[in-house]
Design a protein around this ligand. Structure first.
Ligand code: HEM
Length: 499
């Protein structure tokens, strides 16, 4: 053995002596080099397999685990293709609490609406939204969050989108809607022909542009020859921005789950840069009537030393949050009302009454109507129709990161151990919105579903004889909940302006 080894290596070291010491030394030094390399390879392999989730096993006390067949990706492709179908299938297989692997993450879905309180009550030391949000905005918008910007966002949203700033913003939205719509009608009349567009694109376009101008401000008429020129510039810029935003919109879902093709990834990057440039702080400083919400957030980041390009990316995050849902939901509201004449009649009568009380009326060719902040509080029927639209059309996945090992306590006494590093999520669309026990005949549009017989807002909904506190959740929940009042006002203003 020794001879054959030596003779073999003697050729390699050019030495004719059998058993030469140099050969033994070289064998040792080669082994000395190879061993760490092999160990490094082995640990990489084990680490890789660990990351792929190969070693994850169900432990006693944990929810049922379903990793899917594809390492690391798990069920992400099916989840992306049809979230509702996937969640329903998992629920059928595993019950109302289950853990699945989605793109390298282990996510436990809690689908019992009576236990949603556990999600809300858990402390931020155990369940937090921020790490998830940070990761998401970095992946999608390239924004690297620093310090307490999320806290500041909530403070500024409470002030400008719910509190004292809401009245000003609602009025700005009304003016912008009227301006854009009357211009569309005016230009169609000039050409003595109707302009045709799909209802979806029309609703999305008008809502997006009016919302954008209300939040991000107008071109200053001093920097243009005339006010009309400034308005024209805003209309053209908002139209161009909408087109780019729509392209990004279509890439968004796959961007979130990191399943874009290389070409799509490049396109997403190009669009992001273009949109950030339009929203840049430099340009914003030249504008008039920038909303307090946008202005305060930009100022806060600037004062905290964030680079300009990063602030521009944050401006895109806020554009995304504020504009990606309102247009599509306004389309659905309009469509449902058009398809349900009894609902349309009830809503129109309510609006007419409110307008009449303020001395206005909707008249073809008459003056523009002004549905003010105060008047929008007097429309319970429209509120119910909007809430019904949101119930049927909005399907958020509400997600938290698990920061410590924790026990999930269900309303019926069951308990589950949830691991640190996993995520806890719920999909209220299937758990609540279309549960026939909570909302009978759940797939039908019933404009008065959220109204009591006396016309007040209905909040009593039941499952298994118990009151369901979270009976509709289009705005999310608790710490990450949408400051949705401004959004509701925008959509409510669009409907009568349109009709
Ligand atoms: C139909 C329209 C809208 C819908 C359905 C909607 C829905 C939601 C949902 C579900 C969340 C929570 C996301 C999560 O938990 O992961 C959210 C968060 C948020 N939305 Fe909206 N939204 C709408 C319009 C708006 C508008 C118009 C604005 C601002 C002008 C806005 C600003 C925000 C902000 C700032 C957050 C983050 C809240 C936080 O993390 O504290 N949204 N939205």
């Amino acid at each position: 053995m020794c001879v054959s080894l030596n003779s073999f290596f003697c050729v390699a070291c050019n030495c004719s002596e059998l058993g030469c010491g140099q050969v033994v030394q070289e064998v040792e030094s080669v082994m000395g080099l190879l061993l760490p390399l092999l160990l490094a390879l082995l640990s990489c392999l084990i680490g890789g397999l660990y990351l792929l989730g190969v070693f994850r096993r169900h432990r006693p006390g944990e929810p049922p685990l379903d990793k899917g067949l594809i390492p690391w990706l798990g069920h992400v492709l099916e989840f992306r293709r049809n979230t509702l179908k996937f969640i329903e299938r998992m629920k059928q297989n595993h019950g109302d609490v289950f853990t699945v692997q989605l793109g390298g993450c282990y996510i436990t879905f809690l689908q019992d609406p009576l236990s949603f309180g556990a999600f809300v009550k858990e402390s931020r030391e155990k369940l937090d939204f921020r790490p998830f949000a940070k990761q998401l905005v970095q992946r999608v918008f390239g924004y690297v969050a620093e310090g307490d910007d999320h806290n500041f966002l909530q403070v500024s949203s409470n002030k400008h989108l719910k509190g004292e700033g809401l009245k000003v913003l609602t009025q700005a939205m009304m003016d912008n809607l009227q301006n854009l719509m009357s211009h569309e009608i005016g230009s169609a009349a000039d050409q003595s022909s109707w302009k045709e567009d799909g209802l979806f694109m029309y609703s999305y376009n008008i809502l997006f542009r009016a919302g954008y101008l209300s939040l991000y401000g107008y071109t200053s008429s001093q920097s243009e020859v005339s006010e009309e020129k400034a308005k024209e510039k805003d209309r053209a810029e908002s139209e161009a921005l909408f087109k780019e935003f729509r392209k990004f919109d279509q890439l968004f879902p796959n961007l979130v789950y990191g399943v874009l093709s290389p070409r799509e990834r490049l396109e997403a990057k190009r669009l992001r840069e273009l949109i950030c440039n339009t929203l840049s702080v430099q340009k914003m400083k030249m504008k008039n009537n920038v909303s307090g919400w946008i202005w305060d957030n930009a100022q806060y980041l600037e004062e905290n030393g964030m680079t300009e390009s990063m602030i521009n990316r944050y401006m895109f995050v806020l554009l995304w949050a504020s504009q990606s849902n309102t247009g599509p939901i306004s389309f659905w509201l309009l469509l449902f009302l058009m398809k349900h004449p009894e609902a349309m009649k009830a809503v129109k009568e309510e609006i007419d009454k409110v307008l009449k009380e303020s001395g206005q009326e909707v008249r073809r060719g008459g003056p523009s109507i002004n549905l003010t902040f105060e008047m929008l509080k007097e429309t319970p029927i429209l509120d119910s129709a909007l809430e019904e639209t949101l119930r049927l059309c909005v399907a958020p996945v509400i997600t938290r990161v698990v920061l410590q090992d924790m026990t999930l306590k269900m309303a019926d006494g069951r308990e589950y151990i949830i691991r640190k590093g996993d995520r806890l999520a719920m999909f209220p669309y299937s758990a609540v919105h279309i549960d026939p026990e909570i909302h009978p005949d759940p797939h039908s549009f019933k404009y008065d579903r959220f109204l009591n017989p006396d016309g007040s807002k209905k909040t009593d909904f039941y499952k298994n004889g118990q009151k369901v506190k979270f009976y509709s959740m289009p705005w999310g929940l608790w710490v990450s909940m949408c400051p949705g009042v401004f959004a509701s006002n925008e959509m409510k203003q669009f409907f009568p302006s349109e009709c």
